[in-house]
Design a protein around this ligand. Structure first.
Ligand SMILES: Cc1cc2nc3c(=O)[nH]c(=O)nc-3n(C[C@H](O)[C@H](O)[C@H](O)COP(=O)(O)OP(=O)(O)OC[C@H]3O[C@@H](n4cnc5c(N)ncnc54)[C@H](O)[C@@H]3O)c2cc1C
Ligand code: FES
Length: 365
């Protein structure tokens, strides 16, 4: 046995001993009282820099603890933040290159007018704030063998995963055509505007096209997405792979257009919000058994219906990613809004945000 192996085993058994001593609380619960970044198991991140480049966004630089395994451009992480003693988890896509040399992560968060976590971060984030962090996840990624021609389309806060792709491609020295087409209301709403100009400067293969929907001068294009925008920004889009992230209207417009021109298999998308699901023919009654609340089934997701009935179930992503909203359906039939599958078995865990009731349903919340 080598010296290294013996030291490793000794470290592991010391750790197990500490953990056993710390039972029932994990050792990280004790360590966090001394230094929340000195964790044995938990992945966390400390905010090291805070920038506010537009009125309603905040850009955070995070230094993750040593458990962080990195990410691929386009993926997302889950951030946990404690507000009034309760931890809330939300998904955010890093905007930096996956090769960032200091290993830090950059997130840009748009403050939603009624949003709990985004408003909190926008107002309160400061260097030294420690957040919980998940490993990166998600299939919105470019293939390992990068396509020759790449069109990146984003709108609003959807800029983050595609900006990460752009920065990553430039770090790799990608020499194929890249167009970055970004939609914003006005030029003042473009987070990372100066950096985008710098990234394109002096690179013949990289083009940044800014489209303003609420401003008729400046920028490159005006109004909402349409065929003419695509032709003007990247006439070669038919030979490219396109990566898209933005608000529902932009996503819908691009998808419909790609469908019409037979290019939908070249379009790769990321959603920040689940599509609105309301079945106008819905029938039945919902029973939220632990709270004794009942409601007429409106066809919306069970999470939305529980909230509409005055309940406050836990949630994170609201689109089936994080499992924060999982609850037990005690009886009735539910439909998975993403896959369309139905489930009639009693006592099944379901994700409230992507489940709708088919007739009478009882859920244990
Ligand atoms: C994969 C992924 C990546 C993402 N990346 C980014 C990113 O890089 N940057 C970014 O800014 N955002 C990103 N998001 C969105 C982000 O996760 C959050 O959804 C966003 O910040 C809003 O969170 P919030 O807590 O501020 O809002 P919340 O308080 O969660 O509210 C958000 C919306 O939820 C609904 N809602 C909340 N409470 C209720 C209620 N009681 N009744 C009815 N409806 C309610 C409302 O429609 C509200 O507008 C991403 C999302 C996903 C899924
Ligand atoms: S809120 Fe994330 S899975 Fe439902």
């Amino acid at each position: 046995m080598t010296l290294q192996t013996r030291t490793g085993i000794r470290r592991l058994s010391l750790m197990s001993l500490f953990e056993a001593m710390a039972t029932p609380h994990q050792i990280d619960r004790y360590l966090e009282l001394l230094n929340p970044m000195a964790t044995v198991r938990d992945l966390r991140a400390e905010v090291t820099e805070v920038r506010r480049t537009t009125a309603d966004t905040v850009t955070l630089t995070l230094r993750p603890t040593r458990q962080w395994r990195g990410f691929e451009a386009g993926q997302f992480v889950q951030i946990g933040v404690v507000i009034d003693g309760v931890r809330h988890t939300r998904c955010y896509s890093p905007a930096c290159s996956q090769y960032r040399s200091d290993g830090r992560i950059e997130l840009t968060v748009k403050a939603h007018p009624q949003g709990l976590v985004s408003q909190y971060l926008h107002t309160n984030a400061h260097p030294g704030l420690v957040l919980s962090l998940s490993q990166a996840d998600g299939v919105f990624r470019m293939p390992a063998r990068r396509p020759d021609k790449i069109l990146l389309i984003s709108g609003g806060s959807g800029i983050t995963p595609v900006l990460s792709m752009l920065r990553t491609l430039l770090d790799e020295g990608h020499d194929g055509e890249i167009t970055f087409l970004h939609y914003a209301d006005t030029e003042r709403d473009v987070a990372h505007r100066d950096e985008l100009a710098q990234l394109a400067a002096g690179r013949e293969n990289v083009r940044v096209v800014l489209a303003y929907t609420g401003q008729s001068d400046g920028g490159d294009l005006h109004g909402f997405f349409g065929r003419e925008h695509l032709e003007a920004a990247a006439s070669w889009h038919g030979e490219a792979q396109t990566y898209l992230c933005g608000p529902p209207g932009l996503m819908r417009g691009v998808r419909e257009h790609y469908d019409r021109i037979g290019l939908v298999d070249r379009l790769h998308t990321e959603e920040f919000a689940a599509p609105v699901a309301a079945d106008e023919d819905a029938t039945g009654q919902l029973t939220f058994s632990s709270s004794g609340v009942t409601a007429q089934n409106s066809g919306a997701s069970l999470l939305e219906q529980a909230e509409a009935a005055g309940l406050t179930p836990e949630y994170g992503c609201r689109m089936g990613i994080c499992f924060s909203c999982t609850a037990v359906k005690t009886s009735g039939c539910t439909r998975n809004l993403r896959t369309g599958e139905t489930d009639s078995d009693p006592d099944q865990p379901i994700q409230l945000c992507i489940s709708a009731a088919v007739g009478d349903v009882s859920v244990d919340i």
